[in-house]
Ligand binder design. Structure first.
Ligand SMILES: [Zn+2]
Length: 92
């Protein structure tokens, strides 16, 4: 079964990607047969999406309060702080 233009976020492989069931929230998951990692492209909860960390960082550097960032993005305050810590941003 072809998965179209799904690309592995780790190794950028796009021809050996297989569907790998669904996440608990019902999103399609994929498995890369090259690096054997599983991943998903769509997230029910935005806080789980890898791209959201960059948004959080930019909002924080732009002077947004953590709780405002959380509310704007529709994620929890804990997620905001965890993502900032993971990005090695100095959390006050
Ligand atoms: Zn891969």
């Amino acid at each position: 079964m072809s998965t179209g233009n799904v690309v592995c976020p780790r190794c950028n492989e796009n021809s050996r990607i297989r569907r790998n069931g669904r996440s608990t929230s019902g999103m399609q998951r994929y498995r890369c047969q090259l690096c054997l990692k599983t991943f998903q492209l769509d997230f029910y909860y935005l806080g789980s999406c890898p791209d959201v960390r960059q948004t959080i960082l930019e909002m924080t550097k732009g002077g947004s309060e953590y709780k405002d960032t959380a509310r704007t993005l529709g994620i929890s305050l804990k997620t905001v702080i965890r993502q900032l810590k993971n990005s090695r941003y100095k959390v006050n």
